[in-house]
Design a protein around this ligand. Structure first.
Ligand code: C5P
Length: 403
């Protein structure tokens, strides 16, 4: 399995003359970091903002600019560039270039390549908010959408021209998601997916709490995978230091009770629920408003049992697909099967917390998936991103959930 769906993908990045052109440097680097090969085509305006030399260094490839560069004449660059790429990303795309695309003009290299291409095209407009909102620009964007080009909506906010409004180039993560989604089947489109991640913290006093070693990495990888497959994702996250994927609704919680409330509040509207969080089974029976003082004597801590969120969902579920996790240190499959039945789950993902390079803090995982239909699927040692993708593959085999 390739490390990422982007491994070896050939991306042509078109950079136009907007102040946001400097952000195309980061886009180039990030695309290469996730395994893509990048060829940059800079318009004459784009080259006024960022030197082609910068893109050549960042892409480690020749940068194309003029339509009639003599040294390239024998290669017919606009046709070969169109033919040789898996996707064209135009970021930033200016009003002028979008107008060229909409009217089928081919008077510079980028517009000629786009006209000659039959690969997917993703356009990220970036311009002054009045230029963006102008009916001409809006009509052009609608028109290129009818050609099948994907338009990534700009962000709103303060702009370099000291105005505020829509027109800012979206966050890097949003652009990368839009690119990655092109290469991933959108089999979760229209599905609402709730994922829980991370540990919970159960306070004893204002400074101390009970928790566990969950990093949240597996749950966040699941949220990212569901999003990349087109799902609408709600992530209920316990305290962890990870950045949530762009375009995911994140609900931050601290205790098991808060997680219970957040999950139950969203449960009915969901098609698929993946309970990856390492919920604390117990909480201190008493919470002290003041810091507990030591007085030389031992302290006996009384613990109260937390509600089992997953078991509650199992009792209440109707059409939803319910996926649980089980972190076990012995008799993995036996325990997994028992919990699958006891909590009325559709699937359980069992992992061996004693295994090498698996478990809490690691970037990799080795899990076995058990389903209510009796399937037992042992996955290899994979990155958590790959494991998340494989879990949703099995969810799709079970029917994907919902209508
Ligand atoms: O029974 P056990 O705690 O091993 O089950 C783990 C699964 O149950 C995980 O999916 C976890 O998110 C969920 N769980 C829960 N509420 C709890 C404890 C665990 O939802 N209080």
């Amino acid at each position: 399995m390739p490390e990422s769906s982007m491994t070896g993908k050939r991306i042509l990045l078109g950079v136009c003359g907007s102040i946001a052109a400097y952000k195309a440097c980061d886009i180039t680097r990030s695309l290469r970091k996730i395994g893509a090969e990048v060829t940059v085509v800079v318009t004459s305006g784009g080259a006024r903002f960022v030197s082609p030399l910068t893109f050549a260094a960042l892409s480690a490839a020749k940068v194309y600019g003029g339509m009639f560069d003599e040294q390239d004449a024998h290669t017919i660059p606009h046709i070969n560039l169109a033919r040789d790429h898996d996707l064209i990303l135009v970021a930033p795309a200016t009003a002028q270039t979008i107008g060229r695309f909409a009217s089928g003009m081919a008077d510079d290299l980028l517009s000629a390549v786009v006209l000659a291409a039959d690969c997917p095209i993703v356009v990220c407009p970036a311009m002054n908010s009045k230029m963006f909102s102008h009916p001409a620009t809006q009509a052009n964007l609608e028109k290129i959408a009818t050609f099948g080009y994907q338009v990534v909506q700009p962000d709103s906010g303060p702009m370099a021209c000291k105005e505020e409004g829509p027109g800012r180039l979206p966050e890097l993560a949003v652009i990368l998601n839009a690119v990655e989604q092109v290469f991933i089947p959108q089999d979760l489109a229209g599905k609402r997916i709730l994922i829980t991640a991370g540990p919970t913290e159960e306070p004893l006093d204002p400074v101390r709490f009970l928790s566990n070693r969950s990093s949240g990495k597996m749950g966040y990888a699941l949220a990212r995978a569901a999003l990349l497959r087109g799902g609408e994702v709600v992530l209920v996250s316990g305290p962890c230091s990870l950045e949530a994927p762009a375009n995911v609704e994140v609900i931050q919680v601290r205790t098991a009770q808060e997680m219970y409330d957040a999950v139950l509040c969203h449960f009915e509207a969901m098609d698929i629920i993946v309970k990856c969080a390492a919920v604390s089974d117990f909480r201190p029976a008493q919470y002290g408003l003041e810091k507990l003082k030591k007085d030389g004597a031992d302290l006996l801590l009384e613990l109260a049992v937390n509600p089992d969120i997953l078991a509650t969902l199992g009792e209440r579920k109707k059409e939803q697909i319910l996926v649980g996790f089980a972190a076990e240190s012995e008799n993995h499959l036996g325990e997994g099967k028992r919990k699958l039945a006891a909590k009325n789950l559709d699937m359980i993902v069992v992992n061996d917390i004693k295994g090498e390079a698996t478990g809490f803090q690691s970037d990799t995982n080795r899990v076995t998936i058990l389903t209510r239909k009796g399937a037992v699927k042992e996955l290899a040692l994979l990155s958590k991103d790959q494991t998340a993708m494989a879990i949703f593959d099995e969810v799709m085999v079970l029917g994907g959930g919902g209508a």
